[in-house]
Structure formats: C-alpha cells, structure tokens
Design a protein around this ligand. Structure first.
Ligand code: G6P
Length: 610
C-alpha cells in the first residue's frame, strides 16, 4: 500500500507534504515524490526513502500553496524514479497520486495507445492520469468531470488525489476501497490516506466514502458521488494525539510499541469489564446479542499477524463458549466459494482495517447473509465500516511494520469476546471468572517480562548469525510459535518456522543439528510434560534450546541452553505473555544484523492490494 498526502491553503505546501510523507512512510517506502503547483507543476520523485527524495530536491524546495505527495509500495513496475508517483499526463496538465490497483489498466492503456498516447512508466497510475487528460481534452469538460468520467471506466481500487494546471485553485480526491481522509483547517485542507499527516494541523476530518469525489479549494470542500450528486459530509473529530505518532525517546517504533503493551492491553480492556458482576460488557455487540447467542459457527478471517490472533481466538471461543470456530486466511476464503449460512458469524480481524483480502472476505460473508463483525484497530477504517458491528481494539496507532501491540490487543479483545459469548450461551464456569480476574493482571505481568530485556539481548547476541530458527509450542502457545517465527523472519530476514511442538517429529526434526536454534514455549500448562519430551528430542540431536518457561521452573533450566521466565497465568492467557520475549528477541536480532527494524524490506504495514 502507499501513502498519499495533499495540501491546499495559505502555507507553503512542500514542508507540509514532506512532513506528511515522513508520517506515512510506514505505509510504503520503495520510492517517494511530490508535486507543487505554482503557475507550473514542479514534480520531484526518487527511488528510496523520503530522505532520499529530500536530498534529491535539494536546498531550494519548490514553492507554492498547493501540492501532493506520495510514498510508494510497488505493485505495477519495479521501484525506480520513473515508476514513482506523482505521475504527469502527456501534456503535463494533470498530476496524480494513487493508492490501490487499476485492474483494467492494460485494456485502458491499449485504448489510449491507439489514440497516440505514450507511457513513460509501467504503472497503472499513469494510465489513469492519461485517461483523465484524454477525457478532459476530448469532451472539453472541467477537470472534475473528466475525473468522474475516468473513474466510471475504471475497475479496481483507488484512493487518488490530483491537480490540474488549468484549474490551479483546487485539489481533487476520490476513493474506492482505499481510504481518503480530509482534514479541515481554517483556510486550508490536508487530504491523506490516513490521519497521521493531518493531526498536527487539525482534528476535524471527513472520511470519504466509496464512490465519492471531493473538490477542495482553500476555503471550501464539496463532496459528490461519481454520479454528480452533492453529499452532506459527516464531520468527525480525530481521537488521536500527536505523541502517539512519535518515537517518544525510543530508537524505533517497534521497540516503543513493544514497551507500550502494558498500557495498550489495559486500553483494550478499559470500561469493558464489570468488576463486581465479573462480566464483560461490549457496547459494540449489544445490538447483535441475539444473533450471537443463536450462532452455530464462528469464522475468523484475517491475514498475517492478525491471522495468528485469530488462531488464539479459535482456542478461546471453543474453550470458553463451546462453539465451533474456523480460522481462514482471508485470501483463501474469498476465492474458494466458502459455505456460509445466515447462522454463521464471520469475524474479520485487522489492525489497519484496510487489508484488501480481509475487506473482500467481509463483503463475501455479507453477501452470503452472515453476521459480520470487525476486530479492528483503525477507527473509521474500511473494514470497520463494512462490518455490521464490532469491537475496536484501541491499541493506538501502530507504526512499526511488524505488528506487536496490535497482536496483544487483538488477543485481549478476543478473550473479552469469548467471555461475552460464554455468558450469552450460559457456558461460563467459575474457572472462567477466575480467568477474567487473571486477565486484568496481564498488563502488570507484561511489564515484568519487559524487565527481562537485558537477558534477551544476550540471547540475541548468541544467535544473531543463525540462518534458521524453529519455534515450537502446543495448545494456546502454538499460535505464538507461528507469530514468533513470523516476527523473526519479517525483520531479521532469518528463515524461521513455527510448528506445533508435537508435529516436529513429522518433518522439522530432520533439520535439527548443532546449527539449529529451537525456541520452545514451555510454560507450566496442560502440555508441560509433553513439551519436555519434545525438548529432550531436540537436545539429543544437538539443537540449541531457548525456552520460555514459567517462573521458578527448574526442570527445563537443566535441559535448555537459555531460559526466559514469565509469570504464571491461566493457560488461555499465556499467548499474551509468551509472545513478548519473542517480539524482543526478533527486535534485538534484527538490530544486531543491521536491519531496518521499522521498515523491513519488501513489506508494507497494510496490504491494500491483492
Ligand atoms: C501486513 C503487515 C502485518 C499484518 C498484515 C495484516 O502483512 O505487515 O503486520 O499483520 O498485513 O494486516 P492487518 O492490518 O489486516 O492486520
């Protein structure tokens, strides 16, 4: 996915655009570019980071009070200067930035080529800007109408912002399946793909809806449908503080977000547990209580780390509420004609609320008549809006590309939902009441695990040059093994696999020798005895063992090369604790290998394309 920002108002646009791009860089960092309009269009673009763009622009930045900027995660065409946005039309009258994919770009390109258009880049975006120009010239219509006509021909997803040299006092933005937020200031507007570049200027925003186009001048905003019907926009107030977007003294966002977890987990629970009745209250689910009570099956759809949270959710829902659960990769679910009935409840889990596959899965589930719920972090995001109801996780903005605090907040909310469901279905036991009390102790326990950071630095130092890693866990710790392996490969580029510990015998054991570090999640839970035999099997094949164990464990200390102790808790809450040392381990190893922890290669924070 890409980051887009546009400005129109009374200030110099360039510094606002660059500042905005720095905030948006977590969304994509293959290349960046800006265009500023001041009589003529001044366009600068560069492969690499926003800092490379700034260097390319040099000490005399373009001047002007209207402009657009883009930071890219390549989909069409390799990341290079030419494919970077903004893209100019042939005559240089229009300049466009785009997030999303124009699926029929090849057919449109062919049509335009037959009319004599040539293309400098490999991008679908250039095709769109040429199409707009063609319609503008051919039909002699205002720029706004040319944009509406072009978007009518487009199949795919887009969030766009564009400028037209002939109509210099306006900025045009439009959206379909790719977010656009308009920040409304005094005599100025900032439009962006998320609120992060906006919050320092204004907290009053309008989220564009799918199929809407916005025409912004310095003093007015008009929102229309693509069919040219004027809309009354809903003004919203951002619940976001600037500090949440800063590193706050930490060297990386990822480390800040790992250390924020005692607070973010507490935020996910805030106001949702009635301590006297020992019950969970989820305002977002009240209206669908009866459908939840009657549900025959739950299906989680998600991608990446959110999918791992879904796996924990499966274990939680099944054990607390005794109801069947399936966990699906959203990308598989959407393409295999899944059997869904109105008695199913589909729960989409997504940090960003913008992941294209998860959004498509939501739409399919709705079409098939299921109740669709969202477990989302980004308030007002596409998935949050496309679902019937849901529970926000309230983790606060997550900027590090590798998800950490969103995972623990997702698991926290899924735990609350499992309690809520157990109460609705009458499956709650005294044991569950105890778990709910325990859940409230989790933030303090996470804090104590964070205090073991120095030990984890030592372990990281020992294993930083490994080429492979294996992560093993059972029961509630199995999804954590997957998540631990994902964290390591995402940011350190070490190959790592997560496995259910017992499955090790059916394949991965063949990989074990003195060069294979194996991380065991070996807490004192139901599978404790069994996991000890799995550790034995690794030790006898000379693998190095790093074990996450329960406080005071002496048995595993004798077997393992390294142990990391965590406080005791209920089995079902273990993922909230055992994932913390694995996040830290991945972070420190990546750092020691000189990797860019916050912006790992080839990845993007949210994947808004297929
Ligand atoms: C990308 C991110 C992951 C994230 C996944 C799902 O791959 O790099 O960190 O888990 O997308 O994103 P979502 O926003 O839907 O949770």
């Amino acid at each position: 996915m890409c980051g887009i920002v546009g400005y129109i108002g009374y200030r110099e646009a360039y510094p606002i655009l660059i500042g905005g791009l720095r905030r948006l860089e977590y969304r994509g960092y293959d290349s960046a570019g800006v265009a500023v309009l001041n009589g003529h269009l001044q366009v600068y673009k560069k492969k690499g980071k926003v800092a490379d763009l700034e260097q390319h622009v040099g000490p005399q930045p373009p001047e002007g009070f209207i402009g657009i900027g883009h930071t890219r995660w390549a989909t069409h065409g390799e990341p290079n200067d030419i494919n970077a946005h903004p893209h100019l039309s042939a005559s240089g009258k229009f300049v466009l930035i785009h997030n999303g994919i124009i699926e029929n770009y090849a057919a449109l390109k062919q049509e335009l080529s037959s009319k004599g258009y040539t293309f400098a880049s490999d991008t679908d975006t250039e095709v769109l800007v040429q199409l707009i120009e063609y319609l503008y010239e051919h039909h002699q219509v205002p720029a706004e109408e040319a944009v509406r006509m072009a978007l009518d021909k487009v199949v795919g997803a887009y969030g766009i912002v564009l400028l037209c040299k002939d109509e210099p006092g306006q900025l045009i933005a439009a959206r379909k399946s790719s977010p656009i937020v308009i920040g409304i200031g005094q005599g100025e507007y900032i439009v962006a793909s998320d609120a992060t570049p906006i919050v320092q200027y204004t907290k009053d925003v309008v989220y564009l809806n799918d199929g809407e186009i916005a025409i912004l001048t310095a003093h007015s905003h008009t929102i229309k449908t693509l069919g040219n019907v004027i809309q009354t926009p809903e003004l919203q107030r951002l619940d976001l503080e600037l500090e949440a977007l800063e590193k706050g003294g930490y060297p990386h966002f990822m480390l800040k977000e790992i250390f924020e977890q005692p607070r973010s987990i507490a935020e996910s629970m805030r106001g949702r547990i009635d301590p006297e009745k020992e019950e969970v209250w989820l305002g977002g689910l009240v209206d669908v209580r009866e459908q939840l009570r009657a549900a025959k099956r739950f299906i989680f759809v998600a991608c990446g780390t959110s999918w791992h949270a879904g796996l924990v959710g499966e274990y939680l829902f099944e054990s607390y509420a005794r109801i069947p659960v399936e966990v699906e990769y959203a990308s598989e679910f959407r393409y295999r004609d899944p059997i869904i009935t109105p008695e199913d409840v589909v729960i989409a889990i997504s940090q960003s609320g913008e992941t294209a596959d998860t959004l498509a899965a939501v739409e399919i589930a709705r079409e098939k008549g299921a109740l669709v719920l969202g477990v989302v972090n980004a308030v007002g995001s596409s998935i949050a809006r496309a679902t019937h109801a849901g529970v926000y996780i309230h983790a606060g903005p997550e900027i590090g590309v590798a998800s950490t605090k969103a995972f623990t907040s997702q698991v926290t909310v899924l735990t609350l939902m499992a309690h809520y469901l157990a109460d609705l279905k009458g499956t709650a036991t005294p044991g569950l009441r105890h778990s709910l009390r325990e859940l409230q102790q989790i933030p303090e326990k996470v804090k104590s695990i964070l205090d073991t950071n120095d030990k984890i630095v030592e372990i990281a130092h020992t294993f930083k040059d490994a080429s492979n890693f294996l992560y093993l866990g059972r029961g509630f710790n199995f999804p954590v093994a997957l998540e631990g392996a994902l964290k390591l490969k995402e940011i350190s580029y070490i190959h790592a696999e997560g496995y259910p510990a017992a499955e090790m015998k059916h394949g991965p054991i063949a990989l074990i020798d003195e060069h294979m570090p194996v991380v065991f999640l070996a807490t004192k839970d139901k599978s404790y005895e069994k996991i000890i035999s799995n550790i034995d099997q690794v030790v006898s094949r000379k693998g190095s063992v790093i074990a996450v164990v329960s406080e005071g464990d002496t048995l595993i200390r004798e077997l393992a090369d390294w142990v990391i102790e965590i406080p005791h808790t209920d089995d079902s809450l273990l993922p909230l604790l055992t994932c913390i040392p694995l996040q830290l381990l991945a972070y420190h190893i990546a750092l020691m290998r000189g990797c860019n922890v916050d912006q790992p290669r080839n990845l993007a924070k949210s994947v808004t394309v297929e």
